[in-house]
Design a binder for this molecule. Structure first.
Ligand code: PXP
Length: 262
């Protein structure tokens, strides 16, 4: 595979995609229409979010089909739809035409998206799905672990973007396992650099809080973070707008570190 030298000295700004799934989780705990994920998305955008992310799961445990339609119709910023690469979800994505689709693995019993997509093992299927979504004008990203063979496979199936799964690193940081945290962060940094050299756009997400978002924003190759659970939890304490503003400030501090180092 051809490895290109890319100039990353002209640092790209970093974007924040706010995942509003857990607003729907709270709504669904009681049924009815409150709190409304579309309203939450509008608050996040007003506070500076660059895009809104929503995961339509097969079991519709949080976001439902009507939410996706309303998000697409009403939002003034891009919608990033997370979906499994199944025929049902791909058809919904093509009918909805969000700005972006992030393909994720999905296991019914998991509490959240636990691992990255195994692109290397599913090349043929993913090549078709990436082609169909791209042909509908949707920017496709693949949610993967920062492993070289998965990154190479992402290029091979034609994806322009990857989102690096930061969950293992964030778990290590949260549990105070500094040694594992250092190893996991080094994997993310190396994966981001490798992916960028292969010409991929690099995003990151899962389990990020203010501290970890600041650290990952210091990686110059990463141009978008998608963050949900922590922001919605913080919304109980400082309000959703306040949490988004604090998150953006943390990301800017990280980016300033990358600038100073470049
Ligand atoms: N990115 C992807 C692809 C995800 O599946 C998720 C979880 O839905 C997130 C980011 C956000 O993770 P968290 O809710 O832990 O911030």
């Amino acid at each position: 595979m051809c490895v290109r030298e890319l100039d990353v000295s002209g640092l790209s700004p970093i974007r924040l995609g706010v995942n509003i799934d857990h607003v729907a989780t709270i709504r669904n705990a009681r049924g009815g229409r409150h709190p409304d994920p579309v309203h939450a998305a509008e608050i996040a955008i007003a506070a500076g979010a660059d895009s809104i992310t929503a995961h339509l799961r097969e079991d519709r445990r949080h976001i439902n089909d009507e939410d996706v339609e309303r998000l697409k119709e009403q939002l003034q910023k891009p919608l990033n739809l997370e979906t499994a690469a199944t025929p049902e979800m791909v058809a919904i994505a093509i009918a909805t035409r969000p700005h972006a689709a992030c393909l994720v693995p999905e296991r019914r019993a998991e509490r959240t998206t636990e691992g990255g997509l195994d692109v290397a093992e599913n090349r043929q299927q993913l090549t078709e799905v990436v082609h169909d979504l791209s042909a509908a004008g949707i920017r496709v990203s693949l949610f993967i672990a920062p492993d070289e063979h998965q990154i190479e496979a992402a290029v091979a199936v034609g994806a322009p973007v990857i989102e690096i799964h930061t969950g293992a690193w964030c778990d290590a940081v949260t549990t105070g396992d500094a040694a594992r945290g250092a190893v996991e962060f080094a994997r993310i940094a190396a994966g981001a650099e490798f992916a960028r050299r292969l010409g991929l756009e690099v995003h990151a997400g899962h389990g990020l809080d203010y501290l970890t978002a600041e650290a990952v924003a210091a990686l110059p190759q990463v141009v978008e973070l998608n963050i949900g659970h922590y922001l919605i939890g913080e919304a109980l304490v400082v309000g959703l707008g306040g949490a988004v503003e604090r998150m953006l400030a943390a990301m800017r501090r990280g980016r300033a570190m990358a600038k100073a180092a470049s």
